[in-house]
Every structure is written in structure tokens, then in C-alpha cells.
Ligand binder design. Structure first.
Ligand code: ADP
Length: 164
């Protein structure tokens, strides 16, 4: 049976930490769907379309990876797409409690669904989308934080915002 994994998140915007997890998942499973979840209570800075566009560019070389979006229950999305693995990155103990709760909930809603945790690479332990936004907003160098193909667009967005 084909092993299809899902990497869900808000990706607002995608970082090198996210891409590292997606790449490692793509080497472990037959196919990976990166899903931009749009039902988050938190307000996002980039549109769903833009977040997907960034992910498509950043995963271009990964042949078994595709990008999608969803605004419902992840357990339902997984069922609809024949996926039974969720892959999540863990940066620190602080990520764990929430992720553990989500994993158990998803498994309760869809008993065929397993969550696999990959430890963040030490280079990316500190990295989050909000760090990228804060640095970009203050005009700092984000080249170590996000894939090269999207740097200019992020810099441009925040440059325009600070000029207002
Ligand atoms: P964020 O926490 O940056 O808003 P998301 O909600 O988009 O990120 O996270 C999607 C997934 O990516 C989660 O499993 C999260 O733990 C993981 N992740 C986020 N940043 C990193 C990182 N720097 N290294 C490894 N995994 C990460």
C-alpha cells in the first residue's frame, strides 16, 4: 500500500525549518502532501494563495511532494486523500504538549491516522514563521531563515509595509 504523509501547518511564511521536515518526510514516504491549514484561529499575514505559492516554489525539486490547502478537520482531509500519516516537526519541549494533544485527537477522529514526530535540526530549532516576520519587519537579513526563491518577495512585502 502506498504510504502517503501529510505535513500540515500555517506556513506564514514557510521557513527552512519547515522545508527540512518536508524534505525528510519525502525521503521516508511514497508521497507527501503539504497542507496549508486555513481554519486557524490565529490571523495570518500572507494569503492562503501566497503561502501555497511559496511552498510550491520551495518544494519544486521534490518530485513526490504536492501542496494543497484545507479549512476543515485534518482527520477528514486524511481520510479523503488516502493518507494515514501526519508528519510534524518538534523544536522544543514547548511544542510537545500541544502536538501530543493534537495527535491523540486526530487518532480518535480517524483511528487509521498516525502522527510521526521528527526532531528539528539543531540549525533550525529557534526558527519560526513569526521570527522571520519580526526580522523582516525590522529590515534584518532573512537569508538563513527562508528558501532563497522566496526571500525577495518577503523582503518586498515588509519593506512596503514599513514605508507606509
Ligand atoms: P509555526 O509554528 O512556525 O507557525 P506551523 O504552524 O506552520 O509553524 O508549523 C507546521 C509544522 O512545522 C509544525 O509541526 C511545527 O512544529 C513544524 N515546524 C515549524 N518550524 C519548524 C522548525 N524550525 N523546525 C522543525 N519543524 C518546524
Amino acid at each position: 500500500m502506498e504510504k502517503i504523509a501529510i505535513c500540515p501547518g500555517s506556513f506564514d511564511p514557510v521557513t527552512n525549518g519547515h522545508i527540512d521536515i518536508v524534505r525528510r518526510a519525502s525521503e521516508m514516504f511514497d508521497a507527501v502532501i503539504v497542507v496549508v491549514m486555513t481554519n486557524f484561529a490565529k490571523q495570518t499575514h500572507f494569503s492562503v494563495k501566497k503561502r501555497m505559492e511559496f511552498l510550491i516554489k520551495a518544494t519544486e525539486g521534490m518530485k513526490n511532494v504536492r501542496v494543497d490547502c484545507y479549512d476543515g478537520l485534518l482527520a477528514e482531509y486524511a481520510r479523503e486523500h488516502g493518507a494515514n500519516i501526519i508528519v510534524k516537526g518538534l523544536r522544543a519541549v514547548s511544542d510537545f504538549e500541544y502536538e501530543f494533544q493534537m495527535a491523540l485527537t486526530n487518532n480518535k477522529l480517524n483511528p487509521e491516522l498516525e502522527t510521526v514526530f521528527l526532531t528539528a535540526r539543531s540549525d533550525y530549532m529557534y526558527l519560526s514563521s513569526s521570527i522571520v516576520r519580526q526580522v523582516a519587519e525590522l529590515g534584518g537579513d532573512i537569508s538563513d531563515f527562508v528558501p532563497e526563491c522566496i526571500i525577495d518577495e518577503i523582503v518586498e512585502k515588509f519593506r512596503r509595509r514599513t514605508e507606509k
